[in-house]
Write a protein that binds this ligand. Structure first.
Ligand SMILES: C[S@@+](CC[C@H](N)C(=O)[O-])C[C@H]1O[C@@H](n2cnc3c(N)ncnc32)[C@H](O)[C@@H]1O
Length: 242
């Protein structure tokens, strides 16, 4: 696995261009707009129920907005993508990922970005539902690969769900950004065209790249270090530990 000291928005420019893409979990569409600008998809599917989900393990997630705010978010995204919808390059799906997934043909997406519900079960369900919908050399990306204290309190299970999926389905854990809320990249075959093209672009554009061999055989921990800054304030830094 390649560890990439870059933000997820910069990674976008290195991903396949003009492809068929899905973002699962859209919220206000901030990242959707970045995807559209940087990747110029031929077809972009934006999937989100844009409604409050009343579940014990999800109720406190700050992006599980109340219905009024979700309606405003939906209208915001609708306005931002109206032009692209008219041209057939964007489709808004106001439904759960598991309702949307069966509507797509197999071998359809060039890459997907998973950022919906972050519980262990939900991430596992999304990975299983969307994996067959990817082209053979397709990429699975997703947000919030972290087990820092803050997200444990919110019952996030992204790290465990992704690691299990990789082990069970034989995927390659290809890359991870080093942000506080990292983005992961999985590929079915590290020797396939899209993966080879991505590593070429990473080598040309990103410095340094660190390889963690045999990941995820050893557990990942997003370590929290407290330190005192030059103004005597206590601060926290997250350090990825393998
Ligand atoms: C973290 S936000 C997405 C943020 C967005 N990707 C970004 O980076 O700007 C999570 C979103 O996932 C949505 N969501 C929750 N459960 C979902 C599901 N099962 N399928 C699709 N979206 C879901 C929520 O409604 C919320 O808008």
């Amino acid at each position: 696995m390649y560890l990439l000291p870059m933000p997820r928005v910069d990674l976008l420019a290195l991903l396949p261009q003009q492809g068929v893409i899905a973002e699962i979990g859209v919220w206000r569409g901030d990242f959707s707009r970045e995807i559209f600008k940087k990747n110029k998809p031929s077809k972009f599917h934006l999937i989100d129920p844009w409604r409050f989900i009343d579940r014990d393990d999800y109720r406190d997630d700050p992006t599980n907005s109340q219905n009024k705010e979700h309606e405003e978010n939906y209208q915001l995204v609708k306005r931002a993508f109206r032009r692209h919808e008219k041209k057939g390059r964007a489709v808004l799906h106001r439904e759960l990922s598991t309702e949307a997934a069966p509507q797509f043909p197999d071998n359809y997406f060039d890459w997907i970005y998973l950022d919906g519900m972050h519980t262990y079960e939900a991430v596992k369900e999304d990975l299983r539902a969307f994996a067959p919908k990817l082209k053979n050399d397709g990429l699975i990306l997703g947000h919030d690969y972290t087990n820092q204290k803050k997200v444990q309190e919110l019952q996030f299970g992204v790290v465990d769900a992704v690691n299990e999926f990789v082990a069970e389905e034989g995927y390659d854990f290809f890359a991870l950004t080093t942000e506080d809320y990292p983005t992961y990249v999985l590929v079915k075959d590290a020797h396939a065209e899209n993966a080879k093209s991505l590593i070429n672009k990473l080598v040309r554009n990103v410095r340094p790249i660190i390889e963690i061999r045999d990941y995820p055989e050893r557990p990942f921990q997003h370590k929290q270090f407290e330190y005192v800054d030059h103004r005597n304030r206590t601060k926290v830094r997250l350090i990825p530990s393998f």
